[in-house]
Design a protein around this ligand. Structure first.
Ligand SMILES: Nc1nc2c(ncn2[C@@H]2O[C@H](COP(=O)(O)OP(=O)(O)OP(=O)(O)O)[C@@H](O)[C@H]2O)c(=O)[nH]1
Ligand SMILES: [Mg+2]
Length: 378
């Protein structure tokens, strides 16, 4: 059984933030991005200052940190393998209907890493859920549709995928999606500890959007022009351009995936998020320890206070007992004298008083005086 102090200490322990939400509108590329990322991380990747060698600046295998992941359960493993097999077989996944949880153990080495092995649940949310929850045209669904709402307390980091070819179109749908994304980010940042949740904004499908983005002067300038409101709501975020797969146009309007080329810029954002999670977690744990120690100290103070109060009560009781005894004794004596006095009057002789008076000379004196007093009694 837990005592109340233990319960209080546990309630001070922070809720583990062990979830990374992968958000974005419908068809932003979330399911493909997660599947390709987890597949790529089955073998350890070496990073140098958070970046993977591209074979130009420095050679692969040289670096100061590594990252890989392991599937924590058979369902996650099987699901992931089947999406990757389908992609290899040139089939895109079907739109996600309900949130899908990928439970993973991420293993990270590098300077300053406090928790090298960390269990994280990656949540793949249907783009339709984001719209349902935050589309300004339908704000009544905010609480019902916002499936993330109940996960917010567990959110360690957020990946926001944005399809750059969609945002430049500025259609009704893309404007609605931008507004919903802004509302979601404002909600996230306003949540408890929400300001410190690391966020990676990913321009997805880099194989298709790369040229457009570069024409506009690069990722930063592109985002400032087309994602201004999202950047403002995000407050602070890291921007990436990722390429989960390549694609080939096989029929007018239809591209099929090609997974022969390695992923680009999928591991780096994950490394950034995991590193930040590790640092924030260390700070949260320290803060919780300080709070618990403080609560223990206060608890000990209260116990010491209670013990002192108990001791002083006991002292008071010790004083009270003789006082009571004295009152009872005196009342008893008075009653006894009255009764025996009356009895003596009725009997007309001081005999009872004499028997009791032998106990002490004082009592004997008192008793001997008694008949005289009793005689005076009318
Ligand atoms: N060229 C290219 N196309 C991609 C890539 N990733 C996804 N796509 C395209 O985007 C479509 C949607 O990808 P998904 O990963 O299913 O998108 P999602 O964000 O999970 O969508 P919902 O589940 O509906 O929310 C795919 O069917 C592809 O046509 C990519 O890396 N490159
Ligand atoms: Mg999906």
């Amino acid at each position: 059984m837990m005592d109340s102090r233990q319960q209080a200490n546990e309630s001070l322990a922070p809720i583990a933030r062990d979830t990374i939400l992968v958000l974005g509108g419908p068809s932003a590329g979330k399911t493909v991005w997660i599947a390709r990322l987890l597949d790529a991380l089955r073998t350890p990747t070496t990073l140098m200052n958070g970046r993977i060698s591209d074979g130009e600046g420095w050679s692969s295998g040289v670096g100061n940190s590594t990252l890989h992941c392991e599937f924590a359960d058979a369902i996650t493993k099987r699901r992931n393998e089947s999406i990757n097999e389908a992609l290899a077989g040139r089939q895109w996944p079907t739109p996600t209907q309900d949130p899908v949880e990928h439970v993973m153990d991420f293993v990270m080495t590098g300077e300053g890493v406090k928790t090298p092995r960390r269990r994280i649940t990656l949540v793949d949310l249907p783009g339709s859920a984001l719209l349902a929850a935050f589309a300004p045209s339908n704000p009544s669904t905010l609480t019902i549709g916002w499936t993330v709402g109940n996960q917010l307390a567990r959110t360690a980091a957020v990946v926001l995928l944005v399809d750059p070819t969609q945002v430049v179109e500025r259609t009704r749908e893309s404007i609605d999606l931008t507004n919903a994304t802004v509302a979601m980010l404002e909600h996230l940042r306003a949540s408890p500890e929400g300001r410190s949740i690391p966020l990676a904004i990913i321009l997805s499908k880099g194989d298709r959007g790369y040229k457009t983005i570069m024409r506009e002067g690069g990722v930063r300038l592109f985002a400032e022009r087309h994602l201004r409101s999202i950047l403002d709501a995000a407050d602070s975020a890291r921007l990436y351009i990722s390429s989960a797969t390549r694609s080939r146009l096989v029929a007018p309007g239809y591209r099929e995936p090609s997974t022969r080329r390695p992923v680009e810029n999928l591991i780096e954002p994950m490394y950034f998020l995991l590193g930040t999670i590790d640092r924030i977690d260390t700070i949260r744990q320290r803060a919780a320890m300080v709070m618990q120690a403080d609560a223990r100290r206060r608890g000990a103070g209260e116990t010491a206070g209670l013990a002192a109060a108990e001791r002083s009560n006991a002292r008071a009781r010790k004083v009270e007992i003789p006082a009571y005894a004295w009152v009872i004794f005196s009342a008893g004596m008075l009653l006894f004298l009255l009764v025996s006095g009356r009895a003596a009057i009725r009997a007309g002789a001081p005999s009872n008083a004499a028997t009791t008076s032998s106990a002490t000379p004082a009592a004997a004196d008192q008793s001997t005086n008694q008949p005289a007093r009793s005689e005076r009694t009318p």
